[in-house]
Design a protein around this ligand. Sequence first.
Ligand SMILES: Cc1cc2nc3c(=O)[nH]c(=O)nc-3n(C[C@H](O)[C@H](O)[C@H](O)COP(=O)(O)OP(=O)(O)OC[C@H]3O[C@@H](n4cnc5c(N)ncnc54)[C@H](O)[C@@H]3O)c2cc1C
Ligand SMILES: *[C@@H]1O[C@H](CO)[C@@H](O)[C@H](O)[C@H]1NC(C)=O
Ligand SMILES: *[C@@H]1O[C@H](CO)[C@@H](O)[C@H](O)[C@H]1NC(C)=O
Ligand SMILES: *[C@@H]1O[C@H](CO)[C@@H](O)[C@H](O)[C@H]1NC(C)=O
Ligand SMILES: *[C@@H]1O[C@H](CO)[C@@H](O)[C@H](O)[C@H]1NC(C)=O
Ligand SMILES: *[C@@H]1O[C@H](CO)[C@@H](O)[C@H](O)[C@H]1NC(C)=O
Ligand SMILES: *[C@@H]1O[C@H](CO)[C@@H](O)[C@H](O)[C@H]1NC(C)=O
Length: 583
Amino acid sequence: MFGGSRWQSMSKAQVQMVALTSIIALFGAVWMATSQPQEQSCCRCFPGDDCWPSPEEWNGFNETISGGLIATVPIASPCHDGFPGVEYDAEKCADIQANWARPSLHFASTHSTMASFFANLSCDPFTPRDSPCVAGAYVSYAVNASGVSEYRETVAFAKKHNIRLVIRNTGHDYMGKSTGAGALALWTHNIKALSVLDYTSPAYAGKAMKIGAGVQASEAQALAKANGLVVVEGDCPSVGIAGGYTQGGGTSPLASKFGLAADQVLEWEVLTGKGEFLTATPTQNSDLYWALCGGGGGTYGVVLSMTVKLHQDQPTAGATLSFAESSDVVYWNLVRSFLMNLPAILDAGATVYFQFLPGNTFSLPQSYFLGGTAEDLEHLFQPTIQALNQSGIPYTWNSSDFPAFRDAFDTLNPEMDIFEFNLGGRLIPRSLVLSEGSATSLVSAIKSIVAQGGIVAAVAMDVSRPPTFPNSVHPLWRESVFMTFLGTMYDRLNMTNNIIDQRKVTHVFDPALEELTPGGAAYLNEADIHQPDWQNVFYGANYPRLAAIKKAYDPDGIFWGPTAVGSEGWSVSGDGRLCKTPT
Ligand SMILES: Cc1cc2nc3c(=O)[nH]c(=O)nc-3n(C[C@H](O)[C@H](O)[C@H](O)COP(=O)(O)OP(=O)(O)OC[C@H]3O[C@@H](n4cnc5c(N)ncnc54)[C@H](O)[C@@H]3O)c2cc1C
Ligand SMILES: *[C@@H]1O[C@H](CO)[C@@H](O)[C@H](O)[C@H]1NC(C)=O
Ligand SMILES: *[C@@H]1O[C@H](CO)[C@@H](O)[C@H](O)[C@H]1NC(C)=O
Ligand SMILES: *[C@@H]1O[C@H](CO)[C@@H](O)[C@H](O)[C@H]1NC(C)=O
Ligand SMILES: *[C@@H]1O[C@H](CO)[C@@H](O)[C@H](O)[C@H]1NC(C)=O
Ligand SMILES: *[C@@H]1O[C@H](CO)[C@@H](O)[C@H](O)[C@H]1NC(C)=O
Ligand SMILES: *[C@@H]1O[C@H](CO)[C@@H](O)[C@H](O)[C@H]1NC(C)=O
């Protein structure tokens, strides 16, 4: 048990030591430096505590969920000697290491996070064989849910025993929202119900898709394609489409045509924090509908399914572009021409992915134009291509026609690995690329980030059209020309480097863009975990209403995640335990 006296009796140097260890343990979070030791009663119950359920209680719970309770055995445990019941196995370990960047290794598991930072080296495949391998920062148990009955039992059990609850779908989350030390995970991965419907409501009549909580983007797109249709999905085929992706907004190669993923939703089936199973539509439980469409995953309730609009599939053009140039002046002038070319490309309905890599290297690995031709795309990019021609530097441009959207997508984006990244980001308003003066400032900011070792990637979409039904997507999305995804490569072997780099994101990289976009926004799913003023930056003017809805549907605060709406009341302490934030 902690007590104030223990802290008072420490020397100043000791306190500094403890604070430093805590900061490192907490991935550089600042709040530990000032927080007070917690009474256990102000915390979620943790493994080893007296309040932690007995084996009999876990068994009893397991029976209520048809034997679906799974204790965490870290996927990298064959790389170490220490995990009970698992033998070291060099061959298995080599295979785990080789596939660590593949999403499938993680999403098939009950606990592993794709952003390794949040695993806190609990059982890491790249640390030496004799390094610790413990459940640690991973969830302790997961419930293999198949429907609302497991949802109900799991929420009730977590509440009764004061256990931290986490909703886990695929584990793609970059913000640490789908994991937690000592937590019970409600694992939705196997809820795969999926169907195409003729949907009729007063506000929409047409093709729709009902998508179970565990369905992944590629599964939904395959069924849509078989019906001559497309569904708005993200760039990573294994992201859970009804989970954090759509609930957080959802960028898409189809967004310039149809809007964000959250703009497509017709209804949600959801178990709230109060234990009520509700349908939320624009007219029924409309506040909950509004919050779930863009207000962030894992916050208001557990979604069982969502129903979204589908659209007609069409022949699709795809193009790629790349160039590199040693002269700074030439390179960044070309970049400026490209950025000022974007509004015309997006207005036509195309979506563009591009990156600024080290060594003055520009890469545009994917762009899509549903309903357009390769020739159309070449015409849209004409100002950029002309500038490249005039500069005389070598470049590669390739545009192709594909019979359907999925063909373009699978060709240009064949196997997506996890970006292991110390992440930050910002939405860039269209106004910044409309004049040469502001575009020059934007280029300088990007240049300064790259010059200091950053990588800047971007998704450019036109999502300015208001959605059919109002939703809680950050209003500044409607004014944006692209979102940046920036930072440095995650260092698998040196956590200190990651902590230092994440600070650089918070204090150097993001501010370079913030300075140009005062009062601006970042994408809540792809941003800096230490973003200052995250309530405004991630949610904007919607925050107070979202917080009120959170309180109404989850009054006990059973759903919690870092930077989720209403998360201020709790914070993670040095050992990973979730505790009430000292007031
Ligand atoms: C390689 C990669 C590529 C990506 N590409 C894109 C992209 O192109 N566009 C884009 O917008 N985003 C993209 N993302 C980000 C992605 O949208 C988020 O990581 C998102 O949170 C993933 O949702 P999930 O449900 O699959 O993952 P999880 O990590 O399992 O869950 C994420 C969050 O959603 C909550 N959640 C999950 N299921 C439910 C449910 N049924 N009910 C309530 N809450 C739930 C969780 O509690 C958690 O808060 C990408 C991420 C990665 C790693
Ligand atoms: C839950 O019950 C099933 C079926 O009896 C069993 O296989 C499983 O090991 C149990 N889970 C735990 C964590 O004990
Ligand atoms: C989870 O449950 C599904 C049935 O709903 C089953 O097919 C699957 O094997 C289970 N997964 C694990 C890891 O137990
Ligand atoms: C650029 O140069 C290529 C090759 O010389 C030419 O085919 C193309 O028409 C030029 N494009 C523009 C937009 O100037
Ligand atoms: C252009 O792209 C298409 C489709 O990806 C590909 O088949 C073709 O080989 C590419 N051409 C060149 C010259 O790279
Ligand atoms: C880890 O990185 C830090 C900071 O860059 C460095 O000082 C330290 O020596 C590195 N540790 C190892 C084991 O390489
Ligand atoms: C992270 O790991 C360190 C070292 O094992 C440990 O002391 C700390 O409690 C862990 N922190 C969290 C949040 O899990």
